[in-house]
Ligand binder design. Sequence first.
Ligand code: CP
Ligand code: NVA
Length: 306
Amino acid sequence: MPPRHFLAIPDLSRAELTALLDLAERMRRRVYDRKPLAGRSLAMIFMKSSTRTRVSFEVGVWQLGGHALFLSPRDCQLGRGEPIADTARVLSRYVDGIMIRTFAQADVEELARYASVPVINGLTDLLHPCQVLADVLTVRQAFGTLEGKAVAWVGDGNNVANSWINAAFRFGFPLTLACPDGYEPDPAILARAQREGSAPVRVVRDPGEAVAGAHVVTTDVWASMGQESEQERRARAFAGYCVDRRLMTRAAPDAIFLHCLPAHRGEEVSADVIDGPQSRVWDEAENRLHVQKALMTMLIAVEENA
Ligand code: CP
Ligand code: NVA
């Protein structure tokens, strides 16, 4: 049987995603104490920096009884130009799963094509699916359900925004994104959600319009990893796209604020919002651990241990 990969949220059905979140919730509540990765290893390739993704995967594998290897371009031959396809075939002979954070989504797809073990997308320029699994778990944790919850995204139509669109498409919740001209999400991802999704996914210009009545307000940095040279141009384009207290008053009274982190206080979010009572960013960061453990249990675990 070919391995099951997780390169994007729609790689799993709605039923599978719900089962994953249910398992993650049991892990969060510490009612799950099995070791389904006993004797198993995960290779973690990081072509970009990371705090949360690296630590949550490494600790998560260990908590499930397995072992994780951190591979940066400085330490492995990928950094010296060894082809992805060769790396995929070699790593598959040693490890039971590969997590990769890199630039091009096409590179992750190539890795998956040649790997004979499951590949997990730990962020590309296009997507950040593990992050948004954690975000959706955080919404369920805060409200007890996803049912009837409207989500607003404010800012760059980036990898996290694209994954929110995929989540809205799969789970069927309404999503409105406010993005400046030229910084909209991926058109193909948006078009599929609008064509095939069961709830509206809209892109607007005005942050106030996106946030009006929303239960979840979320944003991300204006310049993502790899876009550092565009920082100044982006700061000008995103003026008016800060999630501050005034904008939060447009949301539902019990609305929560999410941010994948790292955050730039005073740019995409004000300090009083991210550090204020509506913020759930620390639960959100913690939930990376739980959803990724659930994901690895579904994709990599020895069945009888899971
Ligand atoms: N949110 C997130 O992926 O954080 P890191 O870049 O620290 O992994
Ligand atoms: N959009 C950000 C997310 C970081 C976790 C980036 O790609 O840098």
